[in-house]
Design a protein around this ligand. Structure first.
Ligand SMILES: [Ca+2]
Ligand SMILES: [Ca+2]
Ligand SMILES: [Ca+2]
Length: 351
């Protein structure tokens, strides 16, 4: 059975099975059970952000909401500035708490890194058995998930008021053997991720301002669109108040991360329906073991019609605790679901 599709739904089921193994599977766990499973995101300094000039806004006027900590810095004039273009050759979903912390961002400045969705993915990664990363690797190496960056900076080691455009690349064939992940990866390294390959942009995000200190950079906040293949077909996400971080290392970018917040509307309108579709897909899939189907139906099918509708997903206690908005990234008074992922990148030309 291929685990690279429907991984979020599979992962939720794994979480369900884990809970189910501890008790009556007809009784969803209380919300605090999820907290027991979550990876604590330890407080700690964020080295990328500490010595960068990111404006801090006044949060005192909104005592009841988590107001945005960061304001966008006005863009510098980039005419005549050197351009440096990259493509992400690796996109990494957190597979443990350390990565969830590394890829996240402390939006509300409470000393705790925010990466709720990433933390859940990390928790599931620790449980094992779910190849949450496999589908992402496959999409990158096939050339379906091409994230591009165009930096404007005369000095990539140290520069204030640098600018980056986040660019979504048009799919292109990076390997001829997508069914063989190892071969596909090595082909992609030679064709698309060789440091000089060309890519065509489809969506170019609004420029984001940032600083580079000793090669480490932090850009944002801005809006980042992600098409992550985590639930069946690619899940189109908009990360609000997103930050793009990384380190220029020779001709590559290392230790990269993209963090932002997904609002409740998108969670309800995009993510949860996709989870419902994927869970139904598992029920219809003849290769899904009968015991797994039984567990899924016991957990989610509250009206016992043999199908899982969106409402049954939205109102499920397990889902509510696992995929719950955690921090208000944009200060609109409504909590958003934080997500941070990692990446590395190599040189590229963006057409
Ligand atoms: Ca925080
Ligand atoms: Ca039902
Ligand atoms: Ca919000």
């Amino acid at each position: 059975m291929r685990c690279t599709k429907k991984v979020l739904a599979s992962a939720l089921t794994a979480l369900a099975l884990t809970f189910g193994a501890c008790g009556d599977s007809n009784t969803p766990p209380a919300t605090d059970s999820g907290a027991d499973q979550a990876i604590p995101l330890d407080s700690g300094p964020q080295p990328d952000a500490t010595n960068l000039d990111v404006a801090v806004s006044d949060t005192s006027t909104k005592p009841d909401s988590k107001a945005p900590v960061y304001d966008a810095t006005p863009l510098a004039d980039i005419s005549g500035t050197k351009k440096h273009e990259f493509v992400a050759d690796q996109i990494v979903l957190p597979s443990n708490g350390t990565q969830a912390q590394l890829f996240g961002h402390d939006y509300d400045n409470d000393g705790n890194v925010d990466n709720a969705l990433g933390s859940i993915l990390g928790t599931l990664g620790l449980m094992g058995g779910m190849n949450v990363q496999g589908g992402v690797d496959e999409s990158v190496n096939k050339g379906d998930l091409l994230l591009l960056f165009r930096f404007f900076a005369n000095n990539v080691n140290n520069q204030n008021a640098a600018v980056v455009n986040y660019v979504v690349g048009q799919s292109q064939a990076c390997c001829t053997a997508p069914s063989n992940p190892t071969l596909c990866a090595s082909q992609a390294k030679a064709t698309c991720f060789n440091g000089t390959a060309s890519f065509t942009s489809t969506v170019t995000g609004a420029p984001m301002s940032g600083n580079i200190v000793s090669g480490k950079f932090l850009f944002g906040p801005g809006t980042v669109k992600l098409n992550l293949p985590v639930v069946g077909s690619a899940l189109s996400l908009t990360l609000k108040q997103a930050f793009i971080k990384g380190t220029f290392t020779g001709a590559t970018i290392t230790s990269g991360s993209i963090t932002g917040g997904i609002d409740q509307t998108e969670l309800d309108g995009v993510i949860l329906p996709a989870v419902a579709t994927a869970v139904n897909g598992m029920i219809l899939d003849p290769t899904t073991p009968a015991s797994t189907k039984g567990t899924i139906l016991a957990l989610f099918d509250t009206n016992k019609d043999g199908k899982i509708d969106i409402g049954e997903i939205k109102n499920n206690v397990l889902v509510k605790s696992a995929i719950a908005p955690d921090v208000d990234v944009d200060g609109d008074g409504k909590l958003d679901l934080s997500l941070g992922i990692g990446y590395t990148a190599v040189g590229a030309t963006i057409k």
